[in-house]
Design a protein around this ligand. Sequence first.
Ligand SMILES: [Zn+2]
Length: 256
Amino acid sequence: MNLQRTLLDIELQHWRRAGRPARLWWRDDDARGPTPALERLLALSLWHGVPLTLAVIPDEDPASLTWSLATCPLATVAQHGVDHTNRRDGQAAGEFPHEWRRLRVATQLRAGWARLQALPGAQPVFVPPWNDIHPELPGALEDCGYLGWSAWADAGDRGPLPRIDAHLDLLRWKSGVRFRGEGRFLEAFRAALRARRRAGRWEAPIGLLTHHLDHDEAAWVFLAEFLDWTRARPELAWRSLGELLAEQAGARHQAA
Ligand SMILES: [Zn+2]
């Protein structure tokens, strides 16, 4: 694994010379209520001083999260779908069947947001389960007044609203969910940094994706170590989702 560390160090030297800190942000999916794993996650955010976006599924009792969130001022709450139920027949999972029209999708989105909006740190930002982008979703999000949305690594229709994606998955999902492994994770991180540097997209954020309910101990240990390491590197700067959305909205305003 030392090879990956060395290669990452070389990549970060480019960023240091350019005087452009790479911007990171952190999204964790699938919270429905308070659990020991969620407390562990929030404690990591607080301890390391790293802003965290919790993508919460609004189908059970979101209000049960209120106390936990109130103790974690660095946490933002986004809406993770409506009920995280797959209503598709084919291979790719999605909450909204392909034949649903924009109004029906928008009605579902609104009902979900209504259950979340009173939570501390809640922001009208949508995170589609399975990163599924229904063809009517971008328009429906705009109809409902969302500030933005977040999916996986620049895939699919971007639509009219700001979109801040995730790029680095802490876990592997094929044949049993488990920690991705330090070597694979750091290689993906280096590739994301290199792609932005080569394209001159220094400002483009890199999103860390975690799923606290699915972490094995190796994932937890690495996550804590990664947060610690990134906080000590001047070439890396954590941003909150709110900060990134405000920047994107400002850039769009200037371009218009
Ligand atoms: Zn999910």
